[in-house]
Design a protein around this ligand. Structure first.
Ligand code: KG4
Ligand code: ZN
Length: 346
C-alpha cells in the first residue's frame, strides 16, 4: 500500500510517501525565515505559501521516486488541529487527489500523528502514554491503539513551545527560539537562576505555562538579560528557564505513569521534544519507574509529511477512511471521531 501524507497545519509544507508503513521519501519546505520577520507565524502568509508550494513539492516527490499519481493507493492529510487557512489548503489538495484518482482519503489528527511518528523508527507498543509538546500544543494521552487515544491532560493556556518562543523573543533570539534557548542553556547553570515551576500544586494532569512565561519575561527585563558584558547571565537564565519547564513536564508525566500502571512506554513528540534536557529528564524518569521513553529523531519531531503518511498508513491498513466532506478543524475545537471503517479485522 502506497500512502501519500500531506502536512500543512502550520508553517511547514510537508509531503511524504509510505510504502507498507516504510517511509520511502519526504519533502519539506519550512516558512520559518518568512515568519521570523514578523516574530511569529502570520496565518494568511502561511496559507498562501502552502498554496504556492504544495503542487511543485508533490511533483518533485513523485518525480524523484519514479512514481506516477496513479500508483498512490491512499491519500492522508493533517485535518487539524492547526491554522484553519493552512489546513484548508492541504485538505483541498488531498480531496482533489482522492476524487481525481478515485482513492480513499484519510484525515489524520496532527497531534496523534506526532505521537505515532515514534513508530517510524521503532515498533509501536500499546498501551502507552503519549506527550506532545510543540509550538501550539502540550497534551498528554493514554494511547490504546493508533486510532484509540484519550487525552488525559493539556495546557490550560500557552503551549510549552510558545513559552520558549515568547521568552526567546524577549531575549532577542528570533523565531522560533526553542533550539536557541537550548543551546544557551547547555552552557549555563540552572541553579544560578531559579524560577518556580508552574501549576504543580494540584492533583490533575494539566499544564500551564503562561504564568512562567510572564515571570521569565519580567525577570529577563528587570535583570537586563541578555547583557553583552556578562554572557553567563543569558546562559544561566536559559538553563533555569528550561529546567523549570522540564520540572513541570516530568512531574505531570510521572503522575500519569502512576495513574496508568499498564502503560510502561512513553512516546514523546512535537517540536519541543527535540530538546536535549527534556528528553534526558523524561528518559531518566521512565527508567526509574521501570518503563521506557521513545522519541523520534530531531527532524521527525518537527512538523513533517512523513508522520502523516505513516499515521495514514496505520489507519488505512485498519480500514479507516473519510468521505469527501472531511472537515478541517482549527486549534481549540475538538477533532470529531468521524472516521468511517471498511473492515474490522483489528
Ligand atoms: O511541532 P512543531 O514543529 O510545530 C508545531 O506544531 O508547533 O514545533 C515547533 C516548536 C517551536 O515552538 C520551537 O521553538 C520548538 O518547537 N522547538 C524547541 C526545540 N526545537 C524546536 N523547543 C525547545 N528546545 C528545542 N531544541
Ligand atoms: Zn506539530
Amino acid at each position: 500500500m502506497l500512502c501519500l501524507g500531506i502536512e500543512t497545519s502550520c508553517d511547514d509544507t510537508g509531503l511524504a510517501l509510505a510504502r507498507d508503513g516504510k517511509i520511502i521519501d519526504s519533502v519539506l519546505a519550512s516558512q520559518a525565515s518568512l515568519h521570523e520577520l514578523f516574530g511569529g507565524v502570520v496565518p494568511e502568509l502561511a496559507s498562501r505559501e502552502h498554496q504556492r508550494l504544495l503542487g511543485p513539492l508533490f511533483d518533485l516527490l513523485l518525480k524523484r521516486n519514479g512514481i506516477i499519481k496513479q500508483d498512490i493507493d491512499v491519500i492522508a492529510v493533517a485535518r487539524g488541529p492547526g491554522l484553519l487557512g493552512s489546513l484548508l489548503v492541504g485538505a483541498g489538495f488531498a480531496k482533489a487527489l482522492a476524487f481525481g484518482l478515485d482513492r480513499p482519503l484519510i484525515g489524520v489528527n496532527h497531534l496523534h500523528a506526532h505521537l505515532l511518528s515514534c513508530g517510524i523508527e521503532n515498533p509501536l507498543e500499546f498501551p502507552a502514554l503519549g506527550l506532545v509538546i510543540s509550538g501550539g500544543h502540550t497534551e498528554l494521552y493514554h494511547m490504546r491503539s493508533p486510532w484509540n487515544m484519550e487525552r488525559k491532560g493539556r495546557t490550560l493556556d500557552d503551549a510549552c513551545g510558545e513559552a520558549f518562543d515568547k521568552v526567546g523573543a524577549t531575549l532577542g533570539l528570533g523565531y522560533p527560539a526553542g533550539g536557541k534557548i537550548e543551546k544557551h542553556a547547555l552552557q549555563g547553570n540552572a541553579a544560578a537562576c531559579h524560577l518556580s515551576a508552574p501549576y504543580l500544586d494540584n492533583s490533575n494532569l494539566d499544564f500551564s505555562f503562561s504564568g512562567l512565561k510572564t515571570m521569565a519575561i519580567t525577570r529577563a527585563r528587570t535583570a537586563h538579560i541578555p547583557d553583552d558584558n556578562d554572557p553567563d547571565k543569558l546562559a544561566d537564565f536559559c538553563a533555569g528557564f528550561s529546567q523549570t519547564i522540564v520540572q513541570a513536564l516530568v512531574e505531570k508525566t510521572a503522575r500519569a505513569m502512576q495513574r496508568f500502571p499498564h502503560a510502561r512506554i512513553l512516546y514523546l513528540a512535537g517540536g519541543v521534544a527535540a530538546n536535549f534536557h527534556i528528553r534526558k529528564a523524561l528518559g531518566e524518569m521512565m527508567e526509574k519507574l521501570g518503563g521506557k521513553l521513545y522519541a523520534p529523531s530531531t527532524p521527525l519531531c518537527m512538523d513533517n509529511g512523513a508522520m502523516i503518511a505513516f499515521a495514514g498508513h496505520l489507519l488505512a491498513k485498519a480500514g479507516f477512511y473519510h468521505a469527501l466532506d472531511l472537515e478541517a478543524i482549527p486549534r481549540g475545537r475538538e477533532i470529531p471521531d468521524d472516521m468511517l471503517r471498511m473492515k474490522c479485522d483489528e
